[in-house]
Every structure is written in C-alpha cells, then in structure tokens.
Design a protein around this ligand. Structure first.
Ligand code: MEZ
Length: 567
C-alpha cells in the first residue's frame, strides 16, 4: 500500500508490520486505538509532535482540539489531510494540505429498518460527545451506571470544543470573591428578556437556579473559571472564563476528556447512532450504531440521552427555516448537522422553536473563526467602513448582528489597543490565524483597513471621553465603559455575522425527559444541550450555552442513571 502504511513498511529504518497497527486480528476498532497508540509510541503524543513541527507558520499539531487521534488527519492507506481545514483554510507550507473528508452527513431515513444481531447492553447510552454528552455520561457514571458515549465524528468535543467566551452563572464563589453582586433571579430575567420572552420559564429557572452549583461541580473536576466579566445582555458580570483569557471550550473539554480517561468512560468516536430503537409502547431502548470499521451493531440501554447538538452547519436545514440566511458562514464544527433531530422523530418527540436561529455578530471575515464576544467584553469598539461607531458593542447578538448588516459591505471592524489586546489571550490566536491587523498609530491602522483616518481618530477620541464621563451615545452601560482605546499598537479585526446557534430542538421538561407529541415524557429518553429547545427562546445570551450543557447535562445524567437503576 502507498501512503503512510507503505512508507512505514518499506523504509527499513522505520519498518513496522501490519500487526503493529491492525493488531493480530487484523481488524481495526472504530476509534483506531491500536494505530494511534503505535503512532504515539514512536513519535510521541500531540504535544511532543507539536514541539518538532513548531517551525511551520501555522503548527497543525498545536491545535485547540487537544488530544485528537493521529488518524483524524493521517491516513494509512489514503492521503493524509488536515482535519482543521474543514473550518480553517491553512494553505501555507504544511505538508498534506487538503481537507480530510468527513463522515457524510447522515441520511437517517436510509437506515429506517437497520438492525443487527450484534447486541451490546448498557445502563445508559449517550449519543453525541460534546460538552452535554461528556457531562451527562460522567454524571450517569458518578451515579453508578454503566455508560457508553458514542460520537459520529473522529474527534469528540462537538461545538463545546470551539466555545470561545465563557459560562454564565450567578451567585458563584468566584463572583463573591470579587465582590460582584448577582443572583439567579437576575440571570433568569436577563435570559428571558434576551430570549424575547418566548423561552420556557421553567427551564430558564432551572438554568439560573443551578448555575452556581454547576460552576462548583466544574471546580470539583479541576476547572477554574475565575475571570468574571460582562457578557452581552447581562445585567451583572457573570461570564466566567479561565484567567488570562484562554478559550473556555477547549479548556473545559480537555478537562472532561481527562476526567473520562480517569474513570474509564467508554467513549467511541467514528460511531454514529443511525436509528433509535423504540418498542411498541413507545419506550426507547437503545440505538443502532454504524461504526466506521465495525459496521452496524445495536446498543440496548435502559436509558438513552440525546446530546447530539444543533444544526448550524447544515445549510439546507438552516435555510429551510430561514431562507434569508442563505450563503452565510457558520462558526460551528462540521458535525453540527442536526442528525439527532431526525433520530428523535423516530420516538415521536415534539419540537419547539425550530425557526429560532442565532447569528453571531463576529465571525472573522473570510473564515469560519468566531471572534469571541469577550473581545468586546474586554473593551474593543466596533466601527463601520466610514470609521464610525454605530451601535452598543455589548447589546444582544441579534441586535448587534442586525446593526452590522445595515452597514456598507455588511461587515465591521473591531478596534482595540495594546492594553485590551493583552487582557485576552485569545487575541494572539487571531494573529496566529492571520485574522487580525496591527499598526503603531491610528492613522496607520486606518490606512491598513481603508477607513478615513480622521473619522477613526475622532471616533476613538469620543469613545475615550465616554469612558471618562460614563455616558455613551449608543447606550453602552456605564460599568462596561471601562477601558480607553489609547495605547498603540492598535489592532483591527474585520467581522461579519454568521450562523452560530440553533435555539430550537426537542422539547424537554425540567428533568431533561424528552416530551412526545401528546405532551407526555417518552419513557427512558432524555436530552440535553443544543439538540433541545425552550431554554434560549428567540435569542441565546452569550455564555448561556456552556451553562446549559453543564446544568442540563448533570440533570440528564442523574435522571437517566436513576431510571436505569429502576429496571
Ligand atoms: O456563548 C457563546 O456563544 C459565546 C460566549 C460566544 C463568544 O462570543 O465567545
């Protein structure tokens, strides 16, 4: 065979045998465990390889997708290609440039009658290994259940892995330590208002009332989200992130993965659930899995939790609800196609708010990289192509997005100075990805981004005065007028709105049970995270998604384990 298998077998310095990768049986498991272990035994882990490849302009091994399988990019019998290029467009000197083909968007209807004689049994089956999936699975395990967590993509982590900003929680120890006054009722009110009062208030109460406990649980597994700031639409500082400004999602998902490793959680990548198993009384009892190497098999479970995420990366599905979003970029990982919604239909699940789709104001132009709201949270201002501010940077995302779409070119620039830049580590990442421009003076920056220098300077001067007087003509709240844009070098990032989050999904109750079309809980069936609807209404506030994954993931895991213990 050509490619890596061929070169490893013919070069006598590195010669290995088929069995080194395939094992004695010659059969690969779906996660390709042995191949990956063999790569690591010779080359070291991702960190070690990153140290060797650090001369490339963009180091593909130094990824926010930590601990990914070597085989996510490197093919033994096929050309290697960069998985990252499904979202980025790295086209520099990296060898193997190309796009690693992803598992096809699942055609759930094609599996209508799929079944298998190969059956495994477990207490709890969790479908989808993003944040909600890991948390549900870890919680069910904590509660004594035997758990299997399946993931269709080659990489676990889902959209949570990409979450940049922070997690909302009210009444946390971190807030108290920093004398920040906040409470669950204010978080409830902000969330209801942000969601235009169409959210299910019972679910929003659960989100707000449990948020401090959810933060405490994260702390108990080693996460420290003690940098507390303003998020869009929030009355108080409750947007919790790692100190220093690292992206919250990869930080948390790495902790979930470590916790899962320590507790020997059975996590299976490349393992899409393609059919839900439902008995003649309407109770869910497992799923059919189509493993990449194993093929079809069934997992029978006493409880099933659906945590398969939203559908922002499925352009057809998005435009079926919002035709005017046609052609928009997305901030989502490519697996966010909404297959879980089709699975849920098989159990007669009901759906809410399916046409509520959020666009995020700041996706870097020419990419699908989210420029976190935290950049505005720490003080960046937003100007149009005339160099003028035009809106409150920290208003809710629907309003900020709509305001950008009214500007010439339907894009805007984030402008910040060196102090603001230094307060958020992620900003260096935007330079690394060639998404940010810098210049010593505002005059030079204006030239670089082609806006009138006089306007840009006047805008900055006026904004700096607003910081002094705490009065902003665009209505930015006084306590968010904290930092002036003063010290060079100055930075500009061009942004445009893109599809970010699907608020609709399966209907659940406060115990995370999925509700059927007759308004009744479907036996043995639970859901958490973006696949569900009702928590965010017409507009999700930044920071509420990580909060939802933890709170509802904890509830789904505990309820599913308790249900399994009954049977
Ligand atoms: O919750 C989010 O979607 C979020 C905080 C995104 C971001 O801008 O970082």
């Amino acid at each position: 065979a050509k490619y890596l298998a061929g070169s490893h077998m013919t070069d006598k310095n590195i010669a290995i045998s088929c069995a080194d990768c395939h094992g004695e049986s010659g059969l690969l498991d779906d996660a390709e465990t042995q191949v990956n272990a063999t790569c690591i035994s010779c080359h070291g882990d991702l960190k070690a390889v990153a140290a060797i490849t650090n001369k490339t302009e963009i180091n593909p091994h130094e990824s926010h997708l930590d601990k990914i399988n070597c085989t996510a990019c490197h093919g033994g019998h096929e050309p290697s290609a960069i998985y990252c290029n499904n979202c980025h467009s790295f086209s520099n000197q990296i060898s193997h440039v190309g796009i690693k083909p992803l598992p096809k968007k699942l055609d759930i209807a094609a599996y209508d009658n799929a079944s298998s004689n190969i059956v495994e049994n477990t207490d709890v089956l969790v479908i989808g290994a993003g944040g909600s999936g890991f948390i549900s699975a870890l919680t069910a395990q904590e509660n004594g259940a035997k758990v299997i967590l399946v993931e269709k993509m080659p990489i676990p982590g889902g959209n949570s892995q990409l979450a940049a900003g922070g997690m909302n929680a009210a009444g946390t120890t971190y807030q108290k330590e920093q004398n920040i006054q906040d409470d669950a009722e204010t978080m409830f009110q902000d969330t209801m208002k942000g969601g235009k009062n169409i959210s299910n208030p019972d679910l929003v109460h659960v989100l707000a009332n449990n948020s401090a406990d959810s933060m405490a649980w994260l702390t108990s597994i080693g996460a420290k989200l003690n940098a507390v700031n303003f998020g869009g639409g929030a009355t108080n500082k409750r947007f919790h992130a790692p100190m220093g400004g690292a992206a919250v999602g990869s930080y948390l998902v790495n902790i979930y993965k470590d916790t899962a490793d320590k507790s020997n959680l059975d996590v299976r990548v490349n393992s899409p659930a393609v059919r839900l198993l439902v008995d003649d009384k309407g109770a869910v009892y497992g799923a059919v899995i189509d493993g990449q190497h194993k093929g079809l098999y069934e997992i029978h479970a006493k409880s099933v939790i659906l945590t398969s995420g939203g559908f922002s990366a499925n352009a057809d599905r998005v435009t079926s609800y919002k035709p005017n979003y046609k052609g928009m970029t997305t901030s989502n990982q490519p697996g966010a196609t909404g297959d879980g919604l089709d699975l849920a239909k098989e159990a007669n699940a009901s759906f809410v708010d399916m046409d509520q789709i959020q666009i995020h104001p700041s996706i870097a132009v020419g990419s699908s990289t989210l420029i976190t709201e935290a950049v505005r949270g720490v003080g960046a201002i937003m100007v149009n192509h005339e160099g003028n501010r035009f809106f409150d940077e920290l208003s809710t995302r629907d309003k900020v997005s709509a305001a950008i779409l009214e500007q010439k070119g339907q894009t805007a620039y984030l402008i910040l100075d060196d102090n603001i830049r230094k307060s958020l580590k992620q900003i260096e990442g935007y330079f690394h990805l060639n998404l940010a421009k810098e210049a010593a003076t505002l005059d030079e920056l204006a030239k670089l981004i082609n806006v009138p220098a006089e306007n840009l300077k006047a805008t900055v001067e006026e904004y700096n005065k607003a910081v002094d007087t705490k009065q902003d003509k665009y209505g930015k709240k006084p306590d968010t007028l904290e930092k002036k844009v003063l010290t060079g070098p100055f930075v500009a990032i061009e942004i445009a709105p893109g599809i970010h989050y699907t608020m609709g999904g399966v209907q659940i109750n406060t115990d995370a049970q999925v509700i059927d079309n007759n308004g009744k809980p479907i036996p043995n069936f639970y859901a958490a995270g973006e696949v569900t609807g009702g928590v965010h209404g017409a507009n999700r506030l930044g920071g509420n998604s990580i909060s939802e994954t933890v709170t509802f993931g904890r509830i789904a895991g505990a309820q599913a384990a308790a249900n399994a213990a009954l049977t």
